[in-house]
Every structure is written in C-alpha cells, then in structure tokens.
Design a protein around this ligand. Structure first.
Ligand code: ATP
Length: 256
C-alpha cells in the first residue's frame, strides 16, 4: 500500500533521510521509531507531500506521489506532530470545513462527524470555539478531521502526545480497528510502549537510514535481547554508545 524507494532528503549539509526503502502492506500498523533528529518527521512530511525529497520514489495504493499528488492526497489522512487548528471555528465547523476541502457528500460527512465526536466524547463541545478546547480535545478533533474522508492510509506523527489515559486508549483501539478494516497506518512515535502494544511491525531509523525492521520479537532476537522490552532493544540497535560519553564524563566528575 505504501512503497518508498531510495528516498533521500538533504537540507544544506544535513542528510536527513539517506536512501530509505520501505514496503508497507494494506492493513498494517507500521511503527516508525528513532532517536531525536533521526529523520522521522522529514520522512512523514515527504510522504504527505509537504516536502520535496532530494531523490527517490513514493507510491501509495499504486499511485505515484509526484505524478498524481492530488489523487494521493485524496486517499491519505495526516495527523501532524504540531497540528494547526482555526481557533475561531467550532469543532463542528472545523470538521465541516475539512469535509468540504475533500468535496465530500455533506450528508455522509455529517454522519461521520457525529460518529467521531461521539466516540471521542466531544459532542457537548461540538458547538464551542476551538480556542476553548484542551490540548487533548484538539488532538481528538484533528484525528477526527484526518479520518472524516475515510482515507485508505493514515500517516501519523506522534499521535498520543497530550492525551489522557482514556484518550490514548480510545486512539489505540481506533487505530487497531481501522487496520482490521484494511486501513494502513504509518505512525511515528517516541513511545516504545505504544509501538510494542500496537504495531504489527516496527522500523527503527537512525541518521536517516533504517537500522532494524521487523516485529518486536524479530527485533528482540536481532538485538540478542530475548527477554528485554523494546526499550532495551531500541537502545541496543541504535547504539547505547550515544549515552556512553555522557555516562563516562559523569563518572569521571564523581571521581574528582
Ligand atoms: P525528533 O524525534 O527530534 O522530532 P526526527 O526523527 O523527526 O526528530 P527530523 O525532524 O526529520 O528528525 O530531522 C532530521 C535531521 O534533519 C535533523 O538533523 C534536523 O536537524 C534536520 N532538519 C530537519 N528539518 C530541517 C530544516 N528545515 N532545515 C535544516 N535541517 C533540518
């Protein structure tokens, strides 16, 4: 469903994405993990058409992103890490606006909007201005907007940040249900627990390259951490060495 071939992105002297190859089948919940600055957000912005890559090819549901960008945008939903919302709209007006941008049939759109607002317990706030929403409520509205046009692919940058435990559980359940219906989800997360609990497969990116990919169990055996949790595996695969100089210098300063 998502095919990425030889993707690279250079910002001046920084090679943020360095020859990425990924094939993600329909219905998979794919977790994209990596340390800060690894290239996750850059990859996601390229996937949704917000950034141009330096080289490489992307197709979604067999449609080439660069030849038919609008066709691809019709079938994807995007949840950014720093979402933008119009504060002076109500929640309902925002969903109406998004549905209009996708040229949806308004009866279908209103039906889906009502379902999402009910699912996220936002019905009583639907006619309130977004400026009065909490961070978590805004997140839930963004997720509803990203799904209103029934996309085939959902691309998500850090979906659970700022949600309370109930909201996080609702989103986890929703994403798993969507995948069971055949929607493909590409999700970047810093939360190893989330990746472990939700994702069918995980790819770990470091310095713009995939350094490990597979199910959490496969990654465990790759890292020879048969009994470790994903955090141990992640640190082993991305090299605990990032921490070693700091730990050494702290030990040194204790000795003085
Ligand atoms: P984080 O987990 O911290 O959000 P990330 O994995 O999403 O990080 P990116 O934001 O994709 O990483 O950044 C990858 C590299 O590209 C970093 O070295 C970053 O400094 C650099 N970078 C990102 N955006 C730009 C930009 N607009 N101009 C120049 N360099 C950039």
């Amino acid at each position: 469903m998502i095919s990425i071939k030889g993707l690279a992105k250079k910002y001046d002297s920084v090679l943020a994405v360095d020859g990425l190859d990924l094939e993600i089948p329909e219905g998979e919940l794919f977790g994209f993990l990596g340390p800060n600055g690894a290239g996750k957000t850059t990859t996601i912005k390229i996937l949704v058409g917000l950034l141009k890559p330096t080289s490489g090819a992307i197709s979604i549901d067999g449609i080439d992103l660069y030849q038919e960008p609008l066709e691809v945008k019709k079938i994807i939903g995007y949840i950014p890490d720093r979402p933008f919302l119009y504060d002076k709209l109500t929640g309902w007006e925002y969903l109406d606006l998004v549905a209009g941008l996708y040229s949806m049939d308004m009866d279908v759109a209103h039906d889906r909007a009502e379902k999402f607002l009910a699912f996220f317990d936002l019905e009583t706030f639907a006619d309130e201005l977004i400026e009065g929403y909490s961070h978590g409520m805004k997140q839930k509205l963004i997720i509803s907007g990203a799904l209103i046009h029934n996309p085939k692919v959902l691309i998500v940058d850090e979906p659970l940040v700022g949600l309370d435990p109930k909201g996080a559980r609702q989103v986890k359940q929703l994403f798993q249900d969507l995948c069971a219906e055949g929607i493909t989800i590409f999700m970047s997360t810093h939360s190893l627990g989330v990746a472990e609990a939700m994702c069918h497969r995980v790819g770990i990116i470091q310095k713009g390259k995939i350094v490990a990919m597979g199910t959490v169990d496969q990654l465990r055996s790759q890292a020879k951490h048969e009994h470790g949790d994903l955090e141990d595996v992640f640190l082993k695969l991305t090299g605990d060495s990032d921490f070693a100089p700091l730990l050494d210098s702290l030990r040194g300063s204790q000795r003085k």
